[in-house]
Structure formats: C-alpha cells, structure tokens
Design a protein around this ligand. Structure first.
Ligand code: HEM
Length: 366
C-alpha cells in the first residue's frame, strides 16, 4: 500500500484532449483502409472476419474479482467496490487474414467484463459490460491516427498477398528482431510485420497502450500473469506450426489437472502530463514514476480454449471494443477516437457481409 499513498494522480480535464487539425480526415482514411482489408479477405474467403485481429487463438470464460482493500485513488469506476464478474477473453493475432502462426505477429487479448454497474458511454454496444483490448507491448506504434495511416497502407498492400512468402519474410524478420534485441533495442514495426518472437501467449504481459478515464483520473491498464503455471510460460518458445497458439492454449486449459490460470489486472495512473501524455500514444508512461498497481484478479478455469467449429462461430457473433465502456472508463485520446469510427465500421461490415448481426452477448457464452 505504500506505493499507492505516494501516487498523486492528476484529475481529468477536457482540455487534456485535443485533435490534430486534420484528424477527421486521417480517421476517414483509416476507415477506408481497414474496411478495404476486410473486404479483400471476405471476398477471397466468402466470409467476413474482423478487419484486423481476424484469427482467434482462444476464447475463455473466467471470473474477475475486484480487490477489496483498494485506496481511494484506485477505488474508481467499476473498481469502486469489491465484486466478482463473469468474463470472456478472446486471444487473437493482429493481421486481417487467418495466417499460419509461423507468420509471427504480436499477441493480443480482449476482455469483456459482464454485468458491471454504472452508466455506459453513448457509443457503447448497448449492453452492461466493460471491455479492455490489449497487446503485448506497453506503447502504440505511432503517436496518432495521421502517422498510423502510413502503416495501415503498408498492411493493406500485403493483405491476401503471398501468404507463403509472408512465412519466409516472418522467419527472416524474427531473426532480425533477435539481432536488434541483442543490442538492446526493439522494433515494433518489425514485430507487426511478422518479426514477433514465437513465444507462448499465456506467458505474456498485455497492455492497453492508450489511456482511459479512471473515475476522476486517467490511467492505462495491463494484464499480468501471476499464477506459477502461467509464469512458467514467460519467454517460453512455442513451435512455429500453423495453429501453434491455439494448440498451446488447448494443451494448457484442456488438461485434467486443474490448471490454474490467474492474471492481475493492473492500472497505471497518470501523474505527470508531460511524461505521460494523453494525445501521444507512442509514449510509454514511465513505470518508475507511476507503477502499474493491481486492482483485480482474473481467474480462468480448465476448459476447451479453442474448438474450430464452435469458437469460430461464437467469435463471429460477439464484439469487443474499447468504446464498450462505462462513462467512468471512457477511452481517451486520438487513437481511441479513431477506433470509435474504424472498429464500428469493421463490425458493421462483417455483420452485413455474413448476413448475421454481431450480438451483444452470444447465448453460448453466457
Ligand atoms: C487507430 C488505431 C487502431 C485501429 C484503427 C484499430 C482497428 C481495429 C479494428 C478495425 C478491429 C476489428 C474490430 C471488429 O471487427 O470487431 C480491431 C480489433 C482489435 N484491436 Fe485494434 N485498432 C487500433 C488500435 C488498437 C490498440 C491501441 C489496441 C490495444 C493495445 C488494439 C487492440 C485490438 C484488439 C485486441 C482487437 C481484437 C478484438 C477482438 O478480439 O474482437 N487496437 N482493431
């Protein structure tokens, strides 16, 4: 608790959020690019997937328990009172196509916390859940939507092109990334293009990368493995076969030995607007001045983590979105404003192409 007492979070003010002059135009470009990618894949496969994060790697039910001894700075929003909520997690891979896992890209997870109290933001999906979307790196690749348009164009150019060549490129990039890491650096661009190390998704720490309201304050979130069984997967390599991630999840969660999967959901409060900007998503907020602190525990029991026929049907019918939020955790900053428009367009496209609405909750996940 000593750390909590030292933290003096800044109270949110509207003036902390401001748009670049041509933000609307950049967001419109992103919308066109992302829906374009989804359309290319849909026409090739006669089925629409998410415009990105198309390949689901695991769909898991669990329980989130809010800690009951939180100090006032942390007892905010849905974390204000101790409670337990049902959750759904969807692990995924970022590209628009269902690529073999030998094309190794960042690991991602989306969490839906069901039945939370509190008024929702108007842009929410109209249910009573709170979603958090995370990737295994602490900061976004670019400061804002304008800079991200370039990366997105590059991504769109490779969609459904040369999947076999992509495997080779990925293997080369993984080697290059290893060289860069050996000299003390990391390259988000290389990782995004297939240079991600082939590590076990259950050993990773995940981050929202961008900020959210945290009651009266502002914060980023992370999901950190804490049970010994998950910690054993930290930095552990998995095979580079086509469905290596799904297989690794099924081996762990499908085991009869009461596998214990436990993560902590942690928050990093904004205590310095210069060092922890709201409008520049590429800045990693320094953990030495504001560490991530646990506010809840997520427990996931033994179950089938992925079943080709059932899981792919379920994931078509559900949606995760940062704007599926209570007002106390409203998404902040330009990247989140872009996601409001672009993710909504992706949901609408896949629903209309597949002729099947994306529901708030699928009955089978209740
Ligand atoms: C301008 C920036 C971004 C854009 C345009 C964007 C766009 C999208 C789109 C179109 C989808 C598919 C939505 C659907 O059809 O349901 C998606 C999914 C996803 N995004 Fe992003 N995204 C952005 C930034 C981020 C960031 C910062 C994170 C987290 C660190 C993130 C994590 C995810 C995850 C985990 C999913 C999969 C959700 C699921 O499992 O359904 N994205 N994104």
């Amino acid at each position: 608790m000593t750390t909590d007492l030292l933290i003096k979070p800044i109270v949110y003010q509207e003036a902390f959020e401001y748009a670049e002059e041509d933000e609307a135009q950049s967001i419109a470009e992103l919308e066109k690019i992302f829906v374009g990618m989804a359309r290319i894949v849909a026409e090739k496969e006669s089925h629409a997937h998410r415009a990105v994060h198309a390949k689901g790697q695991g769909l898991l039910k669990g329980t989130l328990t809010i800690k009951d001894d939180l100090p006032p700075q942390l007892a905010q929003g849905i974390f204000a009172a101790s409670a337990s909520y049902d959750t759904i997690m969807r692990f995924s891979s970022p590209p628009a196509e269902q690529l073999p896992d030998s094309v190794s890209t960042p690991r991602a997870v989306a969490i839906k916390i069901k039945g939370v109290p509190g008024e929702k933001v108007p842009e929410s999906l109209g249910d009573d859940s709170q979603d958090f979307l995370m990737v295994n790196g602490p900061a976004f690749i670019r400061p804002g939507p304008k800079a991200f348009v370039k990366d997105s164009k590059l991504l769109a150019m490779t969609t459904e092109k040369m999947p076999r060549t992509k495997k080779v490129i990925s293997a080369v990039l993984r080697g290059t990334e290893a060289v860069i890491e050996a000299v003390g650096g990391e390259s988000a661009t290389l990782k995004g293009m297939g240079g991600e190390p082939m590590l076990h998704p259950l050993g990773e720490t995940y981050f929202t990368q961008v900020p959210f309201l945290f009651g009266t304050y502002m914060a980023k979130f992370s999901l950190v493995p804490i049970s010994a069984e998950l910690l054993a997967f930290e930095n552990q390599s998995i095979d580079a076969n086509d469905d290596a991630q799904r297989d690794s999840m099924n081996v762990f969660f499908g085991s009869n030995q009461n596998a214990s999967a436990q993560w902590e959901l942690r928050v990093q409060l904004c205590t310095d607007l210069e060092k922890m900007p709201i409008e520049d998503a590429s800045v990693e907020w320094p953990q030495d001045i504001s560490p991530y602190i646990a506010v809840a525990t997520l427990t996931v029991p033994t179950q089938v983590a992925w079943d080709d026929a059932i899981s792919s049907q379920i994931e078509d019918q559900i949606a995760f979105a940062p704007w599926n939020a209570v007002a106390a955790h409203r998404p902040l900053g330009a990247i989140n404003r872009a996601r409001k428009i672009v993710m909504s367009a992706s949901r609408e496209f896949r629903a209309s192409f597949n002729g099947c609405p994306v529901h708030k909750h699928d009955q089978r996940t209740k």
